[in-house]
Design a binder for this molecule. Structure first.
Ligand SMILES: Nc1ncnc2c1ncn2[C@@H]1O[C@H](COP(=O)(O)OP(=O)(O)OP(=O)(O)O)[C@@H](O)[C@H]1O
Length: 245
């Protein structure tokens, strides 16, 4: 039963087949207002594909996707293709995203993400952390009910990653928006999320960080990374989910 007061998005039993490959199988999840839900999983697990289904950019082969009526989504993609020869200031980049907003609106949202000092800088000259904050600002300009963030801390050093996760939490607190994000940074993200979906084309396990990190399926998938933290001289294969289906 969907609680329309707080449920922003709910996926039920989603299947997606593309080019003869099953990319998503029986995937169900929901994101509510004020909640951070993080999708983790190995490369090729279907994390970005799942976000694209959530954004209605891909139509599932089966299953249902509910969006709260008039839901506004702010999306931060995994990659940004910019022509290095085309000079583009941050202000101009934001104006493409949100026509009708003025410099004051851009400055306000950049201040919120801690990037107002780069408003006149060239996009091509931003540091990894500055670029992620500008992309987050672009997503926030829509005043979203739901933020969808595809690897929001990529290209950022560990200290910057912690700061970005704290910023995402602060934005959630202040705006009471929902957040659906993909992350590879297991250890950091567990402190920054309310719920985790562990995906390998299907949901291997899900729940609060405490529940997921003690789930046998999570340990099968990521236990070797915990070992890796202790002894960097050992080599461990990257394992996918080996749960029985
Ligand atoms: N349009 C498509 N048609 C067919 N296969 C696709 C399509 N898009 C993605 N795939 C395949 O679906 C699988 C999942 O891709 P996806 O990008 O969702 O994985 P991911 O979990 O986000 O990976 P990563 O962690 O490497 O970013 C991959 O094997 C990819 O090659």
């Amino acid at each position: 039963m969907t609680d329309t007061n707080s449920t922003l998005i709910q996926a039920t039993d989603i299947y997606l087949e593309l080019g003869g490959n099953v990319l998503l199988e029986a995937v169900s999840f929901a994101v509510r207002s004020g909640e951070i839900v993080t999708v983790i999983g190995p490369n090729g697990a279907g994390k970005t594909t799942l976000l694209r289904v959530a954004l209605e950019l891909l139509r599932p082969s089966a299953g249902t996707l509910y969006h709260r009526p008039q839901l506004t989504i702010g999306y931060m993609p995994q990659r940004l293709q910019l022509d290095p020869t085309f000079p583009l200031s941050v202000k101009r980049f934001l104006s493409f995203a949100r026509k009708g907003c003025d410099a004051t609106a851009f400055r306000t949202v950049l201040k919120e993400t801690g990037a107002d000092h780069v408003i006149d800088a060239a996009m091509q000259h931003l540091s990894g952390g500055e670029l992620q904050r500008v992309l987050l600002s672009r997503a926030l300009l829509r005043q979203p009910d739901l933020l969808v963030l595809d690897e929001p801390v990529q290209g950022v050093d560990v200290h910057g990653q912690v700061e970005l996760y704290q910023l995402i939490g602060k934005i959630r607190d202040e705006r009471n928006c929902g957040v659906l994000m993909v992350s590879h940074d297991l250890h950091l993200v567990m402190a920054a999320t309310d719920r985790v979906l562990c995906l390998n084309r299907h949901i291997c396990c899900s729940g609060t960080p405490a529940v997921v990190t003690s789930d046998p399926e999570y340990l099968k998938m990521y236990g070797h990374l915990a070992l890796y933290q202790h002894d960097r001289t050992h080599h461990h294969d990257h394992g996918g989910c080996s749960c029985d289906r």
